[in-house]
Design a protein. Structure first.
Lengths: 218, 237, 237, 218
């Protein structure tokens, strides 16, 4: 069965290593913070200028000067640092953030990603997404494998305006974990109970299915 | 002493010299760390045809959004403008121009403007609509695009504390774009929560040295929260 | 917790992985704010063929100068190297290469290296020997040259205080090049006067966020003064 | 009579306006700090990262972490700020420092300056001089009008490697105050008792002598 948002987030969190600096996009990526394994520690970077983002505050802790990149009130953990936006993006663009997890509309076999703009709909802007995909050492895209009309989001070539080129190597969807390699999606894991045929049917870009595709452990 | 006493006593004095068609760089991220009173003064002055450089454009009735009401903004240079119905309406009607700029590129363009760097290369935006029409070049086998600096006629800044020399510190994440914006204005005006005595901020803790600052004004702030989320609402595993 | 505990207990551990022909970026200005113990460790290791990037090269018997004694430095990238007789001798004998770089360009090259900016334009050095062989271009009618970023295999840093996450603050003008150097090393090692508990340095006062730092070591410092000048010696009008 | 070093410094200090941020090079420029008029205040920038440099310390105040760009121990005034080298040169290169005063080997009628390198002598480096001449709004060169062999330092064209091009507009020597304009040195003031003929004799580049050349007030 397709994973829930929480299950996708759980699977994402398994990617983290102890000591990783991680930037989590809005939505499913943010949920991954809830599932960091107990035996490791990661530090969350928020691109508005906070390294060491903590949980949301209590009513008593609420502070208009303490927000994250989603403009939500947050706290800072002990050991956090706070800095200006140029410094924050120096970290991101300079490759110091180990992991970026973000959503997308489309990803293609070349590792291109489209995540910020749908023409003829209102353009809200890319925020920090273009910087994040250009800067992080590892990027994980989380999304549903297909849209609500059943159309694949894993394409031979992106159709929407790009956020970045040749930058995505790993995708975690509600159906599968995939790696992008040599112009193809390599199926690495499938959601428990999801058939390889369903994944094939919902993957428009070239899909390579190894002999052994284990089920995700979530 | 007069030469370094940058404190002014009214918003009118703080924004004196702002005229139509100028470029204004504003600090802030969402509604956090924005110079509320200076923005309201621009509304009061009814200055028009402004190019405003800021990560966001406030909300309909607060922050930079209030300058949309009377169509004072001609062009907005931002990374994200999705919080504002009036903005959307003026954009769709062609009354407002927007130049979307990646957030890190925007911060770096302001810093470059302040630091005498006319242009720099960045990987951000290569191969995307942001890179269209811009020079691209490889360094060490990777593709980059050339981005130019931004300077403003005015920079409007929100700081936590400043002294009369203009030395500023910011509080928590209200720092955001403010330090870069402060360096990039021909006339930099800082609205602060607290004016303190020189020396009260230790020299090595000053975020914005006074050399970048032309005017300091004691502000009064609403400090509205855009998205109040508390621990009660989001439980953590 | 282990993943963020960057404190190491010996200089050998601090500099482990340094091998011949690497590039080392060192913080410091003159003898002020230099990682004395890390430099001495490099001498002890007898690593050779090093390219060292630092504003100066110490003096004959202190600071980076000690690495000249056994000719461990192949090339020096600096803005000013006039304090050192051994340096002069090796340079004149062709045993040492020097790439003189304007001080501001040097600082900016390190920052660019850490910030993912491969190159930037600057007016500094245009029309001078520094600009020879470099691309030049006009922006707004003024001439600029293109300067490329510097990155190092190692960055060696002197901080005043750091916690185990690697968050650092510097004291007074011992800050100088250290914060930029810290961002530009593949392996960044910080030698500190005091290791403090996380949280002891308020988050907004941290000069170098720990994300740039790989190792922290408690140092012991001589803190030699290069030019001791007191008020008694120079009377002011 | 030719001015002393102190008198040159006095004349330099007359250029400052209340509220100016000033960077003073080593030597005569540094002396100018001693002659700032009592009714104005200037703030000294030292390019190693100090804005608001104060006098040298007492023995009790001596601190290895508190030096200026000449590597001499100094103090900071109340209202000073201390920052890193990139920030310091952002101030300088971004045009925020109002005045730079520095010495030179040669200046020519095009406003070129040579101040850092004499070929076939040891090259020590330019330090921050190239950044300062590229960045400051106003630059004043202080030097003796001629070298110890009587050779003019004010030339038709610099012969030594340049520090900067087209950047010098004002020169204060032991003999005169000159402005560079339209490819010539304009004589603005002369040292008390120094004849225009002497200045002419010691100025190799094109010299324009207005009808009225007042004596300096030092």
């Amino acid at each position: 069965m397709a994973l829930s948002r929480e299950q996708i987030a759980m699977r994402v969190a398994q990617e983290f290593k102890d000591g990783d600096y991680v930037n989590l996009g809005i939505g499913i990526p943010t949920l991954a913070a809830n599932y960091v394994p107990n035996d490791i520690e990661v530090m969350l970077q928020s691109e508005n200028g906070l390294l060491g983002m903590g949980p949301n505050p209590t009513e008593a802790e609420l502070d208009a000067d303490m927000i994250n990149a989603g403009k939500e009130t947050v706290t800072a953990i002990t050991g956090a640092s706070i800095f200006n936006s140029a410094e924050s993006f120096a970290m991101i663009r300079g490759g110091h953030v180990d992991f970026t997890v973000l959503g997308a509309f489309e990803v293609d076999v070349f590792g291109n990603i489209a995540s910020w703009m749908i023409p003829n709909k209102l353009i809200k802007g890319m925020g920090g997404a273009m910087d994040l995909v250009a800067g992080a050492k590892n990027i994980i895209v989380t999304m549903t494998h297909a849209d609500k009309h059943g159309q694949s989001k894993l394409l031979a070539q992106c159709t929407l305006p790009l956020t970045g080129v040749n930058c995505i190597t790993r995708i975690i969807t509600d159906l599968a974990v995939l790696e992008i390699l040599d112009g193809a999606f390599y199926l690495r894991e499938r959601a428990p109970g999801v058939s390889i045929d369903e994944i094939k049917a919902k993957t428009a870009g070239k899909l390579v299915v190894p002999d052994n595709v284990p089920e995700m452990q979530v | 002493m007069a030469g370094f006493d940058k404190v002014v006593s009214s918003y009118a004095e703080a924004m004196a010299g702002l005229t139509d068609n100028m470029t204004v760089i504003a600090g802030g991220f969402g509604l956090c760390g924005i110079p509320e009173g200076l923005i309201n003064q621009i509304k009061l002055m009814q200055t028009r045809g402004l190019t405003v450089v800021s990560n966001n454009c406030g909300v309909d009735d607060f922050g930079l959004g209030v300058l949309l009401v009377d169509k004072q903004i001609k062009k907005m240079i931002s990374s994200y403008v999705g919080e504002n119905a009036l903005f959307e309406q003026q954009l769709l009607q062609g009354e407002l121009e927007v130049e979307l700029t990646p957030q890190g590129t925007l911060a770096e363009k302001m810093r470059a403007g302040g630091a005498g760097i006319p242009a720099f290369y960045t990987a951000t935006g290569y191969g995307t609509p942001v890179g269209e029409g811009k020079e691209s070049r490889q360094f060490n086998g990777r593709d980059y695009i050339l981005e130019e600096a931004i300077n403003g006629d005015f920079a409007i800044i929100k700081a936590y504390k400043a002294d009369r020399y203009g030395n500023c510190i910011y509080r928590h994440t209200a720092q955001n774009f403010n330090p870069m914006a402060a360096t990039a204005g021909k006339m930099t005006v800082v609205e602060v929560e607290h004016i303190v005595e020189p020396g009260e901020i230790p020299p090595s803790q000053i975020h914005t040295p006074g050399i970048y600052v032309d005017r300091v004004i004691q502000g009064s702030f609403e400090k509205r929260i855009e998205r109040k989320v508390t621990a009660a609402a989001t439980t953590r595993a």
